[in-house]
Design a protein around this ligand. Sequence first.
Ligand code: NAP
Length: 408
Amino acid sequence: MAGGPVRIGLLGRGTVGGAFEQLVAERAEMVEAATGRRPEIVGALRRSEGSFEQVVSESELLVELIGGLDPARDWVTRALRAGVHVVTANKQLITQHGDELLEAAREGGAQLRFEAAVAGAIPIIRVIQESLGAIEIERVSGIVNGTTNFILTEMARTGASYDDALAQAQTAGYAEADPSEDVSGADAAAKMAILARLAFGTAVQLDQVPYEGIEQIRPEDLAYAKELGLSLKLLGIAERNSEGVGVRVFPCFLYPGHPLAPVEGAFNAVTVEAPQITEITMSGPGAGGPETASAVLGDVVSVISGGAPLPGPTEELAVVGDPSSAFYLHLEVADRPGVLAQVADVLGRNEVSVRSVVQQGLGEDARLVMVMHEGPESRFFQALEQIAELEFLRGPPRSIRVIEEEFT
Ligand SMILES: NC(=O)c1ccc[n+]([C@@H]2O[C@H](COP(=O)([O-])OP(=O)(O)OC[C@H]3O[C@@H](n4cnc5c(N)ncnc54)[C@H](OP(=O)(O)O)[C@@H]3O)[C@@H](O)[C@H]2O)c1
């Protein structure tokens, strides 16, 4: 970029846009000292103020903080084609139109950066792209939705029901009035699609990321997990093996030695695994005006410093067909001899091996809580169908995935 102040056009002056304006005012001198150029907001717009044409004509870098697809997609594309760099926090825009925007950036010779779209203040994109750019990443696991982590933490801490913990998250400002994007896992799926694309160089589309949410989680799942020393998280996992790449989001139990197990409340965290590094984990606030604005300003600094534009996908995605997982299984059963043996027999016939068993209660309250070793999911689900048919079951079986890895 040329000398003199960096002329920034700001699209959106809401929670993040407002915090960004304040941060630029506070940190402009420091940025100038580090990069040789002072960031200056030369134009800004909101619904009731300013015009896009005016702002873009005065800017060499646009910061897009209006959110949504329309008009953000059109404005960002036009800016990039005209050679104006863009920094955005818009996860939806990148997930759904990332390829075409990167193409527009190439055409215009501009940079497109979106660190704040994934895990708020955590600079995970920069780490994957730059610091770990020379190694072959095998897996990226993330708690990338603070709302669901807050809800699960409260359920585990206080024994609250899902509905009560959600209400608490709404009161505390961590969940929106309509929380469905967060609690269904859709928000995490979009973020994992972005991380997978960067970690593996493949074009991952949103409809290639199966996701499950936390709406079905019950306090007793968390209570039993505690007894087994496990903690429950909504995890996104993107992994590569010899078959291809798999990206999924699901609630799962973690053993205490997993680096994401202690991440609580509204925090986000991402673990990157590769043979050369074992694992690197970063955690921090996943949302909030000042937190997100700090990631946006970090991207502005990268653009000013002349970092290379982010590369587009280099490989076609080959989706892993039958992923491998370990499972927790919770069965309400009649208290009578031979129950455990029959369940074990069904599991054995389907080649599912058991890691631990807790048998509890007497009479009407008898239950069996088991944790399986990792194996193909299709085998476990086949066994589950057969277990559901056993006549001594007093309710439908409940199963939740378990991540077996521990690094300590
Ligand atoms: N909030 C967070 O913690 C957070 C965290 C990570 C990422 N993000 C992302 O950051 C972006 C901004 O989020 P936010 O929370 O700051 O949103 P927000 O508080 O709703 O602010 C949006 C701003 O954009 C303006 N705007 C919206 N549509 C517009 C249009 N069609 N034309 C002109 N201006 C328009 C609004 O104008 P008015 O002021 O006139 O309404 C407002 O100033 C989103 O992509 C979001 O996903 C947010």
